[in-house]
Design a protein around this ligand. Structure first.
Ligand code: ADP
Ligand code: MG
Length: 600
């Protein structure tokens, strides 16, 4: 006689338990419920969606989402809460052309498994017949009745996580959960300007959008009309992708990426890759630790998007990812560089200012106004002579400057003075006052010279007496790696035994460097500054050279010298910021000054 088999350790879980476990993935928190219900309403073709939240002092007690979409028949309601029951796909191939936000048929089932759900629904256009009311708790249908109700669907969720105590304990404070809900709703509203949204908390309106179909209206509703005046439209159409939206002028930036909102085929998603591409579009217009405000909507062939890679579908996978990123970067860059980006001195602006904002029809100015830099009368003042030498040394003939397209992004500027050895004051023919940061402007000029086709930098100057540098072993290793790149940019270094190096030549653009300490500092900058993923070593070297070569803040310049700087700045491809992204100038219009003096 054989022993009876031991009872198996492995059991197949019952469906209720499976649903509760799965819920952890899809429904992490109350905001996930809002997201799923609102997405269902959008899929149902709603034109108006209301989200009502009810909370006590410390918990979110109820979520109700009501829509005027297609509604459900009584038969459909009996299937809607069955796991993997969906009206949106019938086979896996359908996923390739998915246009709806949902498709897994699991949201309602999982929500109902961990809460008490009351559904009322009636099919659109069904006339004066009764709708259906259904109550489900912990996945069990408690009642189904006929009820009078408007067309569309309303789903009330209460007692969320009542039977999953671990999950419940994991929830943050009421206010944090409300903030999550707010964020989700913002993202969804922005990707659907054709739908009116109302978010109401304990009876008070939190967020309202109209169904104008205009993303700018939604943006103005959510973030205020002053933000709108700082936005520039983005639009790019390629055969496989359409990109539309708005990005902020560099004068409006943030220290985080929280205001970079992206949708792909009207699905609000997060994507580090697309965020990076948007940021890359700014190039040197923003410092590396600042991020733009951006609302970008991407429409792309559905076969190129895999929406089925993430439990809550917040992330997607793109085929031809690199092309998408390139297109986004190009679209942002194109938008920025076709606009006048001189920040104006801040004044509260009326919502209508956008229409009148000259930046929306970008001005360019004929470059023919530019005079070649004349010979400046040599001043006898000692300080002036060195500045003058420095400017001359770093000044290229105008026709050698990059991208002289015949127009300039800056108006003609007439220098009227300088302030504190830091700022150049200039007026434009339109009667505007420009305040220009002398160092930032010169830095930009040098930067475009060294990066431009002019090949200015490759000219190097041999030092009369080579400079010896002693480094730590770690720095020496970094420096050895950089040597070939450095040589390409005009720094000739040789090993000098141990961890020492001999500097034989430096780029001409640095001007006459007599003091070894200056060279030492430049090399220290290079080896100490953290290598970054987003910019190459060459780029880093060029930025440091431009910064070090530029006249220092605090150097008092004559009006003629200032004039030469601004004339050169007019020739730049991007005259608006220094290579690190700080602005080169700000503008006061006559109107703004008048307003400040209460003349208008
Ligand atoms: P999915 O959205 O992935 O299909 P859900 O569990 O979210 O799965 O919803 C199941 C089904 O219930 C949907 O496919 C849809 O047919 C129906 N449904 C859910 N919400 C609504 C709604 N607000 N209006 C009309 N039908 C809905
Ligand atoms: Mg759904």
């Amino acid at each position: 006689m054989s022993e009876p088999l031991p009872s198996p350790r492995i059991r197949v879980l019952d469906p209720a338990t499976i649903n509760q476990i799965a819920a952890g993935e899809v429904i992490e928190r109350p905001a996930s419920v809002v997201k799923e219900l609102v997405e269902n309403a959008i899929d149902a073709g709603a034109g108006s969606i209301t989200i009502e939240l009810t909370s006590t002092k410390d918990t979110l007690a109820a979520i109700r989402v009501t829509d005027d979409g297609c509604g459900m028949s009584e038969t459909d309601t009996s299937l809607a809460f069955v796991p993997h029951a969906t009206s949106k796909i019938s086979s896996i191939e359908d996923l390739n052309r998915i246009r709806t936000l949902g498709f897994r048929g699991e949201a309602l089932a999982t929500i109902a498994a961990i809460s008490r759900v009351t559904l009322t629904t009636k099919p659109a256009g069904s006339g004066p017949v009764a709708g259906t009311r259904m109550v489900i708790e912990g996945g069990i249908v408690l009642e189904t009745t006929g009820t009078g109700c408007p067309d569309g669907t309303s789903i009330l969720v209460e007692d969320l996580f009542f039977n999953t105590p671990a999950r419940k304990k994991f929830q943050k404070s009421r206010n944090t959960e409300l903030a999550y809900i707010h964020d989700i709703c913002e993202g969804i509203c922005l990707s659907h300007p054709e739908i009116a949204f109302h978010l109401v908390h304990n009876g008070s309106e939190q967020l309202i959008t109209d169904r104008t179909g205009q993303p700018l209206d939604t943006i103005a509703r959510l973030y205020g009309s002053t933000v709108v005046t700082d936005l520039i439209p983005v639009e790019l159409c390629l055969p496989f992708i359409g990109i539309r939206g708005f990005v902020s002028r560099p004068s409006l930036s943030r220290k985080d990426r929280a205001r970079m909102l992206i949708s792909v085929n009207q699905r609000y998603i997060t994507s580090a890759g697309i965020n990076d591409a948007i940021k890359a579009g700014y190039g040197t217009l923003l410092p590396k630790d600042r991020f733009p405000v951006a609302f970008i909507s991407i429409i792309i062939d559905t076969t190129l998007v895999d929406v089925n890679v993430h439990p809550t579908k917040k992330q997607i996978r793109l085929s031809r990812e690199k092309e998408v990123y390139d297109a986004v970067r190009a679209a942002v860059r194109e938008a920025l560089f076709s606009h006048d980006l001189i920040p104006s001195a801040e004044l509260p602006q009326s919502p209508t200012a956008l229409v009148k904002d000259p930046a929306f029809s970008p001005p360019t100015y004929p470059v023919t106004d530019l005079q070649p830099p004349g010979i400046v009368a040599e001043s006898t003042h000692a300080g002036t002579v060195t500045t003058d030498q420095r400017l001359r040394q770093t000044e290229l003939p105008l026709d050698a400057l990059p991208a002289v397209t015949g127009t300039s992004l800056l108006p003609k500027m007439e220098v009227i003075g300088e302030f504190g050895g830091i700022y150049i004051l200039a007026r434009t023919p339109d009667g505007e006052l420009l305040i220009i940061d002398q160092h930032a402007a010169h830095e930009r000029i040098l930067y475009e010279q060294v990066t431009g086709q002019a090949g200015a930098l490759s000219s190097l100057q041999e030092l009369i007496s080579p400079v010896v540098l002693h480094r730590t072993p770690k720095e020496a290793a970094i420096l050895r790696d950089l040597m070939p790149t450095l040589a390409g940019e005009g720094f000739i270094l040789e090993e000098f035994g141990g961890d020492s190096f001999l500097v034989r030549a430096v780029p001409v653009i640095l001007g006459r460097v007599e003091e070894s300490s200056v060279i030492d500092e430049i090399i220290s900058d290079l080896v100490s500054e953290e290598a970054s993923e987003s910019i190459s070593n060459r780029e880093r070297i060029l930025r440091i050279v431009a910064c070090r070569g530029a006249i220092k803040a605090g150097t008092v310049c004559t009006n003629e010298q200032c004039q030469r700087i601004v004339d050169q700045l007019r020739r730049m491809q991007n005259p608006f910021t220094c290579p690190h992204g700080r602005p080169t100038m700000i503008r006061f219009t006559r109107h703004e000054l008048d307003a400040r003096f209460l003349r208008v």
